[in-house]
Design a protein around this ligand. Sequence first.
Ligand code: AMP
Ligand code: MN
Ligand code: MN
Length: 314
Amino acid sequence: MKDFANQILQAAAIAITGHIHPDGDCIGSCLALRRYILDNYSSKQVDVYLEPIGSEFLFLDGASGILSECTEKKYDLCFVLDCSSEDRFTPFADIVKCAKTVICIDHHISNQGLGDFCKVDAKASATCEVLCQIFSFDKISTACASCLYTGIVHDTGVFKHSNTTKATMMYAGSLLEKGVDNAKIIDETFYQKSYVQNLVLGQALLNSRLTANGQIMFSSLSAEELEQYEASSADTNGIIDQLRSTKGVETAVFVYPLKEGGYKVSMRSNNKVDVAVIAQKFQGGGHIRAAGCTLYHTLEEIYQKIIPKIEEQL
Ligand code: AMP
Ligand code: MN
Ligand code: MN
């Protein structure tokens, strides 16, 4: 990524954005890149654009300055992080479109190439791990390291998913050496749940169905249920992992309604099923063991469409 440093050197105003419904890796990678540029390149103006983030991430450096509305500002350079396709950054499409140069950094197997320069490493556990490859390690500050560590923790489910490699652990170890507060990041951004989050998890477990001899676990929450608990979409984070880690389950599917219409479908598998292929059949994307898509059908129709695709692979 020689281009990486050159492009930053040539740019005065830089925008950074990531995908809709930003997760820990999306937030961590955007804030880490911002901090890295501010720490190592003088007089750059860096703005991060993301949809509103969960309050558990607000302690990360630069989080309170994230812009959640698109502006008409024109940038010399725009980074698109953790996004596999253009429909993943729609709220900020104008910022990306109007930038002189666009660089995409990602780890989704479904990424077909975005922007003027694109670095995709599908073997990397997280976009934050790809940034670890690109950054000069001696130029990473504690604040930047904390953002990178957060992204890796979230996309690996605290180093337990099959995307965790020796390289992941080596980078994580080096980030610890930078003074990262790992207990705080793991406890407060990953494991800690609000009372509302626990209530919707309970409701999702009650709504769940097992099929294919207990190998597939499907669950959903309705708009009425989310309203009843005064829960937002961010309050559903982690439900899919509880389904996936149920004994005997190979593939988990969790569906909830989106504010903007349609249903978000999240899929996870343990060993056998390639859920990225299924998500791509429905214009979604992701990774082999974690993928998602948006469907505009009833909950029952979604069940009827998705479950046979998983059964075919089992
Ligand atoms: P999620 O279930 O939202 O945690 O997503 C799992 C993985 O699939 C993440 O890496 C997402 O970036 C990706 N993903 C989820 N939904 C979509 C979608 N509609 N289109 C493309 N990729 C998606
Ligand atoms: Mn992500
Ligand atoms: Mn990611």
